[in-house]
Write a protein that binds this ligand. Structure first.
Ligand SMILES: [Ca+2]
Length: 271
């Protein structure tokens, strides 16, 4: 039954198949920066002097429970073993858990923007230094692995810190983003670390809009305007960038560090 993978493969060459090998074994319960005195609460007007459009999520899909995640991770590991000969009821349970939209988006081979789309490079204004095996590099926010995260490395909650995604000119256009904020691997890690509340989106260096994130351990989908040149497969088009700047956060109960587990893309031109 090893061939009965979780999802029917549609586009095998999807870059989504390239899952990270940089999986942390334990979470950064001992992260660096303890919470300081609460900062003065900011209103949206305070941080949106340019009067940019404020975009709310179109969909919010909650993460599975810690118990379900643990079970799914164990089954996923078994399923990835080519010699696995799992009983039918185990496969059925694996598929059932994988029907959670978050797991499906992250780990299935279903058709998506990534069948043709690709991020060339992810950079950040800062990131937290590694602690043991756990890294907090910007590429962790785009490795289709909810357990590895980007954490900003600036003082305080990282207001003004950013993640930047570079796309080649031949890349299909982007029309949406999927964001998982916080240390979602466990409920406690998620609560203890800060999560972005507002992210300012820049296209080619120009501010476009503000994403208003809900404070949920979830994947949030935002429908956006079209970004990128209309040049799918066109090698002559210049590369382009989308940047996401932290404007405000939901403070963690224990640590100031602000965390994004994944920020992925949706779009057009591909199929
Ligand atoms: Ca990740």
């Amino acid at each position: 039954m090893a061939g009965a993978a979780l999802m029917l493969a549609a586009c095998n060459e999807s870059p989504k198949n390239a899952t990270s090998t940089d999986e942390p074994e334990a979470f950064a319960e001992e992260q660096n920066e303890p919470v300081a005195a609460p900062a003065k609460a900011q209103t949206l007007a305070d941080i949106n002097a340019e009067n940019l459009p404020v975009v709310k999520p179109n969909h919010v899909w909650l993460m599975p429970s810690d118990k379900e995640l643990k079970e799914w991770n164990e089954l996923n590991e078994q399923a990835e073993n080519e010699d696995a000969d799992l009983p039918e009821n185990v496969w059925a349970r694996y598929e059932e858990l994988g029907e959670n939209p978050v797991l499906e988006e992250l780990y299935s081979d279903k058709c998506s923007w990534y069948c043709g789309g690709e991020v060339k490079k992810v950079t950040a204004s800062s990131y937290l230094k590694a602690q043991g095996k756990n890294t907090y590099k910007p590429e962790n926010a785009h490795n289709f692995n909810h357990e590895s995260v980007w954490a900003e490395g600036a003082e305080g909650q990282g207001i003004g810190e950013w993640l930047d995604y570079e796309f080649e000119g031949k890349c299909p256009r982007v029309t949406g983003v999927e964001v998982i904020t916080g240390h979602v691997k466990t409920q406690s890690a998620w609560t203890e670390n800060s999560r972005p509340k507002f992210l300012k989106v820049y296209y080619l260096g120009k501010p476009i809009c503000i994403l208003a994130l809900e404070d949920k351990r979830a994947m949030q989908y935002f429908d956006l305007e079209e970004f990128g040149p209309f040049g799918y497969h066109d090698e002559t088009k210049p590369s382009w960038h989308l940047r996401f700047e932290i404007l405000d956060v939901y403070p963690g109960t224990k640590y100031a560090d602000t965390v994004i587990a994944e920020l992925m893309f949706d779009g057009i031109d591909v199929h």
